[in-house]
Write a protein that binds this ligand. Sequence first.
Ligand SMILES: *Cc1c(COP(=O)(O)O)cnc(C)c1O
Length: 229
Amino acid sequence: MSTILSNIQQVRARIARACDAAKRPVQSVTLLCVSKTFGSDAVREAHAAGERCFGENYVQEGLAKIDALADLRAALEWHLIGPLQSNKTRMVAEQFDWVHSVERLKVAQRLSEQRPPMLAPLQVCLQVNISGEASKSGLAPHEVAEVAQAVARLPRLRLRGLMAIPEPAGELEAQRRPHRALRELLEGLNAQGLALDTLSMGMSADLEAAILEGATIVRVGTAIFGSRR
Ligand SMILES: *Cc1c(COP(=O)(O)O)cnc(C)c1O
């Protein structure tokens, strides 16, 4: 059996066990395979194993892979999960299905203006700096409500929820804390009249903690494709 296939089976089993522990249906969690730095062959292999959602960090690399996998375009969903500068929004609006890393209203406005009318609205999440790390991107928690209300009104975007990359933590209880904070932030927005259904949180090291706190998309790279160089 190929490594990617057996890794995917192991990750699916981890997700299933975590859903079980959280008393959540396994279909309530989507596996986003983070293929950054790996080639289109690795994506083909994961697709052959039954996966359809792929996450890329770097716009140029993602666009090159989308192009190399054009024959599978209708079968795949492409998610941008890395930083997006406003001068790169057009290609993203034209080529990707989701952007998890929106952190400025101006970028969201450009994505909405540039999303081609024949495509479905671009699905977006706001990235939140939930651990308050000085070096990390994302909105501060207190900034989220105002930006969310504005992004939710943009015609060619559909605001789905929040994304975070918490600071790594050792044990389960410590891992759960930032994920819980992100869920509470989402619940607060929904109490203000938004209807958000997506918590993009949890990676190779902490997907169990994220699922226990309500993650609906886990973004997994290393545990599927191996370590990056
Ligand atoms: C690289 C990356 C991931 C995947 O991380 P792993 O630890 O390799 O699973 C998830 N989310 C973002 C935003 C990333 O940049």
